[in-house]
Design a protein around this ligand. Structure first.
Ligand SMILES: CC(C)(COP(=O)(O)OP(=O)(O)OC[C@H]1O[C@@H](n2cnc3c(N)ncnc32)[C@H](O)[C@@H]1OP(=O)(O)O)[C@@H](O)C(=O)NCCC(=O)NCCS
Length: 221
């Protein structure tokens, strides 16, 4: 029997996550939780069941087994996980992999991660908890995405890169092989990263350089 799933967050990113869930065909999607939408609102044919803070009661009411957090802001996604995991420690944290992605031999994808259509998870790569590999993005062989990190559409990395926890690589960037990007950094759209980059920084350009520092709570875009 399929596990009954809630998705937290019904914005554009939530819709993308639902599409991948339906294609993956592993969970039975029950409905959304979204703190910014009115209960009963219909999103892609499924109802908003309530707010995130009601997760404990709603999980019982709807006989839920699993949840997924479809919030694209890494920091907020992590905070919501900490709340839900505390409220509902018995629910499992779903992993959603669109069947139109390519998953390399020996790679590992942890709970709470989302792999979208056309994405390539290279051989022996590791995608740690709560991370997002977006549409048509390639994480080449032996790459590591640390927890709560995001690689946006069309990014291309060389082999052996390490992306820090809570960091983002924005749309269309290129990351050369063996590069390490620190924690909580943002690589701006269309950048070309040719050397290691520090934590807590906004990095951009060709070749990419640090433009300024950033805090953990700052909105990425
Ligand atoms: C990360 C990002 C949001 C930062 O942009 P920003 O908020 O404009 O950054 P700042 O306000 O600090 O701008 C700093 C400067 O860098 C410039 N700049 C911003 N992004 C740039 C980029 N990707 N490459 C080169 N220069 C850039 C700005 O024009 C500004 O220049 P100025 O000082 O001469 O005016 C942006 O680079 C980016 O990546 N946007 C796309 C996000 C994305 O991937 N969306 C897809 C979602 S699916």
């Amino acid at each position: 029997m399929k596990k009954r799933l809630l998705i937290i967050g019904a914005s554009g990113h939530g819709k993308v996550a639902l599409d991948a869930t339906i294609n993956q065909d592993k969970y039975e999607f029950v409905g959304w939780l979204d703190s910014n939408l009115v209960k009963g609102t219909n999103v892609l044919g499924y109802e908003i069941l309530g707010k995130t803070k009601e997760v404990k009661e709603l999980a019982i009411t709807y006989n839920i087994d699993s949840y997924f957090i479809a919030i694209s802001n890494n920091y907020v996604r992590k905070k919501v996980f900490e709340y839900v995991n505390k409220e509902c420690p018995n629910l499992s944290f779903a992993k959603i992999i669109h069947p139109g992605s390519i998953i390399g031999l020996g790679s590992k994808i942890e709970a709470g991660s989302l792999i979208l259509p056309g994405a390539i998870v290279g051989v022996s790569s590791i995608i740690k908890v709560g991370s997002i590999l977006n549409s048509k993005a390639t994480l080449e062989h032996d790459g590591v995405m640390n927890s709560w990190s995001s690689i946006l559409p069309g990014v291309c990395t060389g082999g052996n890169i390490i992306l820090g926890s809570l960091s983002y690589i924005c749309i269309g960037s290129i990351i050369s092989h063996n590069i390490k990007i620190g924690d909580n950094s943002v690589v701006g759209a269309g950048s070309v990263v040719l050397k290691d980059q520090p934590s807590n920084s906004l990095i951009m350009g060709t070749p990419a350089i640090v433009k300024r520092s950033r805090s953990e709570e700052e909105n990425p875009f």
